[in-house]
Structures are given as structure tokens and as C-alpha cells.
Design a protein around this ligand. Structure first.
Ligand SMILES: *Cc1c(COP(=O)(O)O)cnc(C)c1O
Length: 367
């Protein structure tokens, strides 16, 4: 038994991909986004589970690519910045790379020539996101550079939506599509066969059209990008696949008016049965859940008492009098009929479900 671990329901994970595919047009490639340790779910475990059911993987950096290559040779997009010192290695590992300036193109072309390969690139257009990418005004320059590097294969142009999940007003998304399509027209006059991709999970659930690849993260893990999209697509049948479990490290009764934890932020109002959970903010249990979070023991909700520390916190066991040392505690996921969702935690913390799962420590065993 692992004292604490992250458990993955791989059958449901595959089920989520299949459910999402019902929204994807035939012939469109589904790329599973597994950056951030597969949103905290465990990179190796997720790649192994999904290999047969997706067309490829997407990560942010070379560290993640190396981990994937140890278990899979499947098509992998590395869309974050690759340090100059690592370009030879990513090219040798056969990654498909993001380009958005002339200098990157030059480096990729030179590395390709050194290794006798034709690096595949995806040209990132900054279509009103204001993050990584070529702004339309600089496109001509990049097109010129591409022409001088025939050793590079331009797989696709792509962009990323800025404001779909936080709003029901898709106006900005449609403006982005317009900017992207204008850039694509310029590129296709030179390379007619160039592919295109725009959508992540929220795009697929709203405006997806005419693309030939789709980059799916959150939905694969069974979560929705917003409550409005959850409502709109509740029939899809995607479900969370992660359980974060630990086991009680101590169970005891404290007398009335006894402090609990650092800062004396909780004082027992009466004699209380408490349990110690051997997890803390170092494991990804946010300190903002001090005196606010809930966990599950014997299928009952138990409140977090006092401050969450680096490696432990206390919970109220008043409603579970027969709880004993080493009984299972669920910090995220279901136990019996009850469930603690990433959305419940993110709303307590004023953040998003993405952050809750992706901050789970990569040191926790996955099973
Ligand atoms: C993270 C990311 C995705 C996946 O987004 P989800 O909302 O999790 O589906 C897709 N594309 C890019 C460029 C990303 O950074």
C-alpha cells in the first residue's frame, strides 16, 4: 500500500477520448495534451493508457518529450520554447516543433541538416491572444525565411483561443478566427497543403470548424473548461479519472479549547475527534484550504481544521466516530457516493480546475 497516491481510471480516460471524438469531424487528428505531467495525472501513465486511442501527444518542453520517448515513439508536438542548447536533441527525438520567428527556423533547419532529417514545424500565429506567436504584421518575414529553408516541413499553422471558457460571448473567438484565416490564406498561396488547428477543449465545444487537428487537454481528463460548457455538454458523458488518496496517520480526541495547527487558527469549541492526514502543500494540497477544504473518510465529508502544513493537516472526524488509523482519506475524487471535485476545490481557492490537478506533486506515486 502507498500511504498516499494518485489513482487513475484508465478505462474512463479512454472513454473520455471516445466521447470527445463524437464532437470531432471524421478525419481530424486528436492530439492528447499531456503537458504539466498530464495535468497532474501522471505523464507516463496517461501516455501508456492513450497510445492506441489518440493520434499523438502534445507537451510544452523537452523534459516532457524525453519522458514520453522512454515509453512511446508516437507523434509528439513540443509547442513551448526549446533552448538553443537542446535543439539538436529535440530534432533527433523526432518532435514536431513550434516556430514563430526567423531565428528559430534557422536553428531548426541547421539541426535538421546535421542529423539528416527534415524537421516538422507548426507555425504559431498570434491571432489576438498576445502570447507566443507571429503577429500578422511579421508574417511576410517568416514566409521569406521559410522559403530559404526547404529542409523544413511546415505541417500546419495554428493559433490558440483567448476567451472561450470565461465567457458566453464568442465575439473575440470569431475575431481570432478571422485573423488566423487571413494569415492562413497568405501561407496557403505558397504551401497549399498546409494544415490548420485552433481548438483546445473549449474550442471543440463551441466554434470548432474546418480544422484538421485538435489539441485536447482538460476534456480528456473528464473536466469541463467552465460551468456553462459543462451545462451545455453534460450529455457527453466525460468524467473525472483521478482519485487522490491518503490514509489517516493518527486519530485522537482533543479536549475543548485546544488549538489545532500553526497560527492557532482553529480552537476546538468542544471535545473533538480529529484525524491527521499525512499530505500538505508540498504534495499539492493548497494552503488556501486551511479551515476551508473538505476530504472524504468512510464516504463522509470531513472539514479541514486549522492550517494546512507542508506535510500534514488535521480534519474533523466528529461525523465518522469509527474512523481508525490507516483508513482511506480521499482528497480529490470519489469515495462511495460522495465526491470532491477539482471544481469544488478551485472555487474555494479562487482558481481553475486546471491548476488544482496540475499542481499535484509529481513525486506522489501514480497507480
Ligand atoms: C494547454 C493547451 C491546450 C489544451 O487546452 P485544454 O483547454 O486543456 O483542452 C491546447 N493548445 C495549447 C496551445 C495549449 O497551451
Amino acid at each position: 500500500m502507498n500511504l498516499s497516491e494518485v489513482q487513475l481510471d484508465t478505462t474512463q480516460l479512454v472513454g473520455n477520448v471516445r466521447a470527445l471524438r463524437t464532437l470531432v469531424a471524421p478525419g481530424v487528428d486528436v492530439i492528447a495534451v499531456v503537458k504539466g505531467n498530464a495535468y497532474g495525472h501522471g505523464l507516463v501513465e496517461v501516455v501508456r493508457a492513450l497510445e492506441q486511442d489518440v493520434d499523438g501527444f502534445q507537451v510544452d518542453d523537452i523534459e516532457e518529450l524525453r519522458v514520453i520517448r522512454a515509453v512511446s515513439s508516437k507523434r509528439t508536438l513540443v509547442l513551448g520554447y526549446v533552448a538553443k542548447a537542446n535543439i539538436d536533441e529535440v530534432v533527433e527525438l523526432g518532435a514536431e516543433l513550434a516556430v514563430y520567428d526567423v531565428e528559430r527556423l534557422q536553428f531548426f533547419a541547421e539541426a535538421g541538416a546535421r542529423h539528416g532529417v527534415r524537421p516538422k514545424v507548426h507555425l504559431k500565429i498570434d491571432a489576438l491572444l498576445g502570447r507566443q506567436g507571429v503577429v500578422p504584421g511579421d508574417l511576410a518575414q517568416v514566409v521569406d525565411a521559410l522559403r530559404t529553408h526547404p529542409g523544413i516541413e511546415v505541417v500546419a499553422a495554428y493559433a490558440h483561443f483567448a476567451n472561450i471558457e470565461d465567457t458566453t460571448d464568442l465575439g473575440h473567438a470569431y475575431d481570432q478566427i478571422e485573423v488566423f484565416e487571413a494569415a492562413l490564406t497568405v501561407l496557403r498561396s505558397r504551401w497549399p497543403g498546409i494544415g490548420r488547428h485552433l481548438s483546445a477543449t473549449s474550442g471543440l465545444m463551441t466554434v470548432e470548424k474546418d480544422n484538421d487537428l485538435i489539441r485536447l487537454g482538460l476534456g480528456i481528463y473528464g473536466m469541463y473548461p467552465s460551468t456553462s460548457l459543462a451545462r451545455r455538454h453534460q450529455d457527453l458523458g466525460i468524467k473525472p479519472v483521478l482519485r487522490w488518496v491518503s490514509h489517516l496517520a493518527q486519530v485522537k480526541t482533543l479536549p475543548a479549547r485546544h488549538p489545532v495547527g500553526y497560527g492557532l487558527t482553529f480552537i476546538t469549541p468542544r471535545e473533538m475527534r480529529i484525524g491527521i492526514v499525512p499530505q500538505g502543500y508540498a504534495d499539492g494540497y493548497d494552503r488556501g484550504l486551511s479551515n476551508s477544504g473538505e476530504v472524504l473518510v468512510h464516504g463522509c465529508r470531513c472539514a479541514v481544521l486549522g492550517r494546512v502544513a507542508m506535510n500534514m493537516f488535521a480534519i474533523d472526524l466528529s461525523s465518522v466516530p469509527d474512523a481508525a488509523v490507516e483508513d482511506e482519506v480521499v482528497l480529490l475524487g470519489s469515495q462511495g457516493e460522495e465526491a470532491i471535485t477539482a471544481e469544488e476545490i478551485s472555487s474555494r481557492l479562487g482558481t481553475i480546475n486546471y491548476e488544482v490537478t496540475s499542481r499535484l506533486s509529481s513525486l506522489l506515486p501514480r497507480s
